[in-house]
Design a protein around this ligand. Structure first.
Ligand code: TYM
Length: 333
């Protein structure tokens, strides 16, 4: 049977990019594969976190995943920190990864860049640097065939593949070599205020980010105020018209169709924005309702996580034990 694994950081509120780029595929995969999904709280620690806020966001992330339609009876939903094999395998893989190949990771370079120019590397955590190796461990522990992610994770997936192949080559067959599964539309949702930047949890203006749980009137306001351009023509051309093209992609991803064809149906930006807002409200409103219900029952969240951790550990410990033996560690005595 096909294995699927993916993860999300609990480092902020879940947004439309997370949903269209990842969660929607996660829900679909539940019926096609043996699916494992984790909230990667260890990854969140790579940048400063307020402990109390991290605890709250972690539970909110789990609630959000249940609200979008993950079903603990059909998938394994767990917290990364509750499966100790993740950091253990990460160590084994770190000792196979080259310093230079981690240096080339563009997300690391971007994050370092954002914290200031020359010498900025000195101030970021070592965890931020080794982050992609922990991510590789997340994937390889479950022998995942497919990893449903948005476009921004492609390079990390390449690293996971390289590490799997290298390990297998050096020590004998141990890991399945995973493939990224990136959706045809919605893989790179752009910020509504700054359409040349991807939508993210750390955007400069909250107006540019649509949250999965935004109330309809807030969502509508954000879409209405989305940055477009001044030529007035509705046309799909991401390079020259990033704002309008993003709106067309959002419409395609939420209501169906393809962005170029959809463009022909609108003669004004206002009409396009209304259609996008309607489609997004229809898509997200049921999720928002379920989110409130799920979050109101912390006991149930605890039960889901306990069951998830037990299921995950069973698979993860078998893989870890094999990898540890392969590199020459003695079995536990
Ligand atoms: P994270 O938490 O940033 O995002 C979770 C998922 O959402 C996708 N995504 C987007 N898709 C389209 N448009 C956007 N604007 C957008 N923003 C985010 C991401 O591609 C991702 O699929 N490193 C990962 C977490 C991770 C992981 C893993 C993923 C840790 N271990 C193992 C897969 C497998 C991350 O930071 O995702």
């Amino acid at each position: 049977v096909t294995r699927v694994l993916s993860g999300v950081q609990p480092s902020g509120e879940m947004h439309l990019g997370n949903y269209l780029g990842a969660f929607r595929s996660w829900v679909a995969e539940q019926d096609q594969a043996d699916a494992f999904y984790c909230v990667v709280d260890l990854h969140a620690l790579t940048v400063p976190q307020d402990p109390e806020a991290l605890r709250r966001r972690t539970l909110e992330a789990v609630a959000c995943l249940l609200a979008v339609g993950l079903d603990p009876a059909r998938c394994t939903l767990f917290l990364q920190s509750q499966v100790p094999e993740h950091p253990r395998l990460a160590w084994l893989l770190e000792c196979q990864a080259a310093f230079g190949e981690l240096r080339r990771m563009t997300q690391f370079k971007d994050k370092v860049g954002r914290h200031g120019g020359e010498g900025a590397e000195a101030g970021v955590s070592v965890g931020l640097f080794t982050y992609p190796v922990l991510m590789a461990a997340d994937i390889l522990l479950y022998q995942a065939d497919r990893v449903p992610v948005g476009d921004d994770q492609r390079q990390h997936l390449e690293l996971a593949r390289d590490l799997a192949e290298r390990f297998n080559h050096r020590f004998g067959p141990t890991f399945t070599v995973p493939e990224a599964a990136v959706p045809p539309v919605g893989a790179r949702v752009m910020d509504l205020q700054e359409p040349t930047r991807k939508m993210s949890k750390s955007a400069a203006s909250p107006q540019g980010t649509v949250l999965v749980v935004d109330p309809p009137e807030v969502l509508r306001r954000k879409v209405r105020r989305a940055v477009t351009d001044s030529d007035g023509e509705v046309r799909y051309d991401p390079a020259r018209k990033p704002g309008v093209s993003n709106l067309l992609e959002l419409l395609a991803a939420s209501a169906g169709g393809d962005p170029t064809t959809l463009a022909g149906q609108f003669s004004s930006y206002g009409a396009l924005k209304e259609a996008v807002a309607d489609a997004l409200v229809a898509l997200l409103e049921p999720i928002r309702d379920r989110y409130a219900t799920v979050l109101a029952d912390p006991g149930e969240l605890e039960r889901v996580l306990a069951k998830g951790a037990a299921q995950a550990r069973e698979v993860a410990s078998a893989t870890y034990d094999l990898a540890a033996e392969r590199v020459g560690l003695l079995p536990p005595s």
